[in-house]
Design a protein around this ligand. Structure first.
Ligand code: NDP
Length: 455
């Protein structure tokens, strides 16, 4: 075999796996056809967060007046922002590639596809490997409606030639909610169109309701229970027709309607690797596919499509195969954040999920953050603990408010460790912070899940 390990895809999962395996002494090859660092670094988490921060500066300039500053908010220069973002992303691309080089991995900047279970065609060259990892990622998908090609996807949003004045965003998952905040923060009018009664299906109901309030406070027009049926162009305008009979006109229509695993063109049929009904590679808890020497990780498996999960998977597999340290990772209690404005962060079970297992004590606090008592901005925070009544373990924590992701990372440790409400209560708060609310929630807001438990 040419390699002990060959990794298809140089994104979060693939780079970590290849780098750690090479560090353990394995002969490693890695192929990437588009950009080093994958979605997260190039058209995902990293540039997204820079754009979120760009939007926040505008609000801060306005809020400063409440603190005595006489600041006049000028116009925003979109092209300057994109150029600065591109420079930073270019720097990170280089770092990712160098990490692989320095670890001694052999780099291929081309497409890789299976020829047989141990052989790959990598940019026209045949290579063989003992173990193969599929870490090809995913890509955004448009709704299958007439005229869909007139709309953009998140890959395009990072390279728009100018900031549109009016944006229609379709969907209400992570990407839709984050970009709604970005465009509104930079001064565009945003229509958010989604088929659910509330955005962010799957998240805790209190979070979803608080998000509706926050989106409204940002001036975003919400269109719940709405189903797009066609998209047309009228000169430079985009015209979206909804099944409900309404028509929305804007300068840009953005499909944030989910992502699909990138399994097409990998030649999976030639190596006996099974995919599911959405085209994701099926893996067991050790990341093994239906072929024992072929593994898959990250978004191509379409489980928890989060960068830190992909990185953890890559590292664990490299340690297992080449580091004499067999280990897996747990997908329970994975903290996650939505970088809406203000952001959302969550860890563990929603109230609804926890209540399905038995009685839960629920603690909710809603308040105006200190900063906004002076700024005058209509922005409220919400935080919530979900406590299993029998064990008194905190099984879920949820927050919408400034710094929620920073706060939730630490709280996640407590939840992973199985901390009880009493552990939270005996922790002294840091004053004055929003985070201290998590350790001063004394009055239970309600008990739910009782009826279910009694059945
Ligand atoms: P999501 O799966 O989060 O959301 C997709 C949205 O599109 C939902 O609102 C969904 O509605 C809607 N939708 C899907 N199909 C249809 C349809 N046929 N008609 C109408 N609406 C439809 O996908 P995203 O694209 O937002 O993000 C993809 C994934 O990337 C996320 O799930 C997350 O794992 C990851 N991500 C993580 C981020 C982070 O960690 N901060 C940031 C961005 C992405 P419904 O709810 O009704 O199904």
């Amino acid at each position: 075999m040419d390699f002990d390990l060959f990794v298809i895809g140089g994104g979060s999962a693939g780079v970590r796996c290849a780098r750690i395996a090479a560090g353990h002494g394995a002969r490693v090859g890695v192929a990437e056809e588009r950009f080093w660092g994958g979605t997260c670094v190039n058209v995902g988490c990293v540039p997204k967060k820079l754009l979120v921060q760009a939007g926040e500066y505008g609000a801060w300039a306005e809020d400063a007046a409440g603190f005595g500053w006489q600041i006049k908010k000028g116009p925003h220069d979109w092209n300057k922002l994109i150029a600065a973002k591109d420079k930073e992303i270019g720097r990170l691309n280089g770092i990712y590639k160098r990490l692989l080089d320095n670890a001694g991995a052999t780099i291929f900047e081309s497409h890789a596809a299976f020829v047989d279970p141990h052989t790959l065609d990598v940019g026209g060259k045949r290579v063989t490997a003992e173990h193969i990892v599929i870490a090809a990622g995913g890509h955004p998908v448009r709704l299958p409606i007439p005229g869909a090609e007139l709309g953009i996807i998140s890959d395009d949003a990072f390279y728009l030639p100018s900031l549109p004045e009016r944006v229609t965003l379709l969907g209400s998952g992570y990407i839709a909610v984050e970009f709604a905040g970005i465009f509104a923060g930079l001064g565009a009018h945003v229509d958010l169109v989604y088929r659910q009664p509330l955005p962010l299906r799957g998240f805790d109901m209190d979070l979803r309701e608080s998000l509706v309030e926050a989106l409204g406070a940002q001036g975003i027009s919400l269109h719940p229970n709405s189903h797009p049926v066609k998209l047309e162009a009228d000169g430079n305008e985009r015209v979206l027709t909804l099944a409900e009979g309404r028509v929305l006109r804007s300068d840009l229509v953005f499909f944030a309607t989910g992502r699909a695993p990138a399994t097409k063109g990998l030649g999976l049929e030639k190596c006996g690797v099974t995919t599911n009904d959405v085209g994701a590679v099926v893996v067991d808890r050790n990341l093994r596919t239906s072929q024992p020497h072929i593994y898959a990780m990250g978004d191509v498996t379409d489980r928890l499509n989060l960068t830190p999960v992909a990185i953890a998977e890559g590292h664990a597999l490299a340690d297992t195969l080449f580091g004499k340290n067999p280990r897996g990772i747990s997908l329970r209690n994975v903290p996650t954040a939505v970088f809406s404005t203000p952001p959302i962060a969550t860890c563990g079970l929603t109230e609804e999920q926890a209540a399905a297992h038995g009685p839960v004590d629920v603690y909710v606090s809603k308040f105006t953050p200190m900063r906004h008592t002076l700024s005058g901005r209509a922005r409220r925070s919400m935080l919530k603990l979900v406590v299993d009544q029998a064990s008194q373990k905190v099984v879920g924590a949820h927050m919408l408010g400034e710094d929620a992701p920073e706060i939730m990372q630490g709280l996640g440790i407590a939840i992973v460790m199985g901390a009880t409400k009493a552990d939270f209560d005996r922790t002294i708060g840091i004053h004055p912070t929003a985070a201290e609310e998590f350790v001063t929630l004394r009055t239970r807001s309600r008990v739910t899940g009782v009826a279910k438990a009694a059945e």
